[in-house]
Design a binder for this molecule. Structure first.
Ligand SMILES: NC(=O)c1ccc[n+]([C@@H]2O[C@H](COP(=O)([O-])OP(=O)(O)OC[C@H]3O[C@@H](n4cnc5c(N)ncnc54)[C@H](O)[C@@H]3O)[C@@H](O)[C@H]2O)c1
Length: 343
């Protein structure tokens, strides 16, 4: 049975101006839950998109329950004060420097936001007496080039092929240690290629659509020999909210040869569980737009992985919930949002 969040909860959403953070905040506000959202509004991509997402939250029916604070996670004092001034029941941590390719150009951003920033949040959360659960974004990229398909949470993830993936795998270790030492219940969600309305301009769905509409060439990596487990944003939001109420307690690692390995920390895959090849993705997108793409095949990119595929058994066991928005349905909604947003 679906559990619901207590209506008097206050939830901190980090990265609230971002794609996933803003969608989670919107759903929480719809459910009349109080949201304090923070974001540093960095310029990694179009700042107007971030500001418009915030505008939407501020104009929603439940805007009185929404408080936005511009804040950088790297500012340890500010994060500490945030936790002193608010009594959070839950934390949904979506702020990070995202993107695999950008981590080759600007590695420092990843150390700052993803390592220092996450450390500041874990430190500050120790003073949160009411905190019931923290859910933070990890990534399917922690599986690296694993050939064990589908990717299962029980797999060892110590072969990251980008610094981005290494910061996400590090977050999982940091979360385990903090939870082990201080008892904070904490879940890392390994997200698989999220797409949909209000999406991220640096990701395939957004970039391909923009270029197809402008009759520009789209670049297809590795001659199209790639697969992604594309996951629709509404499913991701529903999954995160369901996981928030499933609080981990006294989980033992599955490694029987470890002593003292108890922690209230776990990781869970959130993916569609039905990978699609890049060429199939383009062909569905072309149908949704009603226009053919001009394709340029390019070689495999360093830091990239060939395929991703989520094993969703653990998520289903825990939440008794199954989602699988077909790509055709999700992309139709995405194209319709895009054309009305940019008209
Ligand atoms: N979108 C996906 O397909 C996907 C897949 C796997 C993992 N993830 C992870 O999910 C999370 C959310 O991703 P998204 O797609 O919404 O990305 P996004 O870039 O749209 O959102 C991240 C937000 O965090 C903010 N931010 C970055 N650094 C910050 C800092 N130091 N202090 C405060 N705010 C900061 C950014 O301004 C941005 O608004 C990220 O952790 C990302 O790595 C996303």
């Amino acid at each position: 049975m679906k559990k619901t969040l207590p209506p008097d909860s206050t939830i901190l959403v980090t990265g609230v101006a971002g794609f996933i953070g803003s969608a989670v905040a919107e759903k929480l506000l719809e459910n009349k839950i109080s949201v304090v959202g923070i974001d540093n509004l960095n310029k990694y991509y179009d700042i107007n998109l971030k500001l418009n997402r915030l505008k939407r939250l501020a104009n929603s029916g439940s805007s009185k329950n929404f408080d936005f604070i511009k804040m950088n996670l790297c500012d340890g004092n500010a994060i500490r004060d945030l936790f002193k001034n608010h009594s959070f029941d839950y934390v949904v941590h979506m702020a990070a420097q995202a993107g695999v390719r950008y981590s080759l150009e600007n590695p420092q951003e990843y150390i700052d936001s993803n390592i220092q920033g996450f450390f500041n949040l874990l430190e500050a959360s120790q003073s949160a007496a009411k905190l019931k659960h923290m859910v933070y974004a990890s990534s399917s990229s922690v599986y690296g080039g694993s050939k064990n398909i589908p990717f299962s949470e029980s797999e060892k993830v110590n072969r990251p092929v980008s610094l981005y993936a290494a910061t996400k795998a590090s977050n999982e270790l940091m979360a385990f240690a903090y939870s082990h030492l201080h008892g904070i219940p904490i879940t890392g969600v390994r997200l698989f290629t999220v797409y949909g309305p209000w999406g991220r301009p640096d990701m395939a769905a957004f970039g391909f659509l923009r270029k197809i509409l402008a009759s520009e060439e789209i670049e297809i990596f590795n001659n199209g020999d790639m697969k992604r487990d594309f996951t629709y944003i509404n499913d991701v939001v529903e999954a995160i909210l369901r996981i928030l109420t499933e609080i981990p307690s006294k989980i033992l690692t599955n490694e029987q040869n470890y002593e003292n390995a108890e922690s209230n920390s776990r990781v869970l895959n959130i993916g569609n569980g039905s990978p699609v090849s890049l060429m199939e993705f383009v062909s569905i997108l072309e149908k949704c737009i009603g226009k053919k793409a001009k394709i340029k095949f390019v070689k495999f990119q360093p830091g990239d992985v060939k395929s991703t595929f989520a094993d969703m058994t653990e998520f289903k066991r825990l939440t008794e919930f199954e989602f699988r928005t077909p790509l055709e349905v999700g992309l139709t909604k995405f194209v319709s949002w895009y054309t009305s947003y940019f008209k």
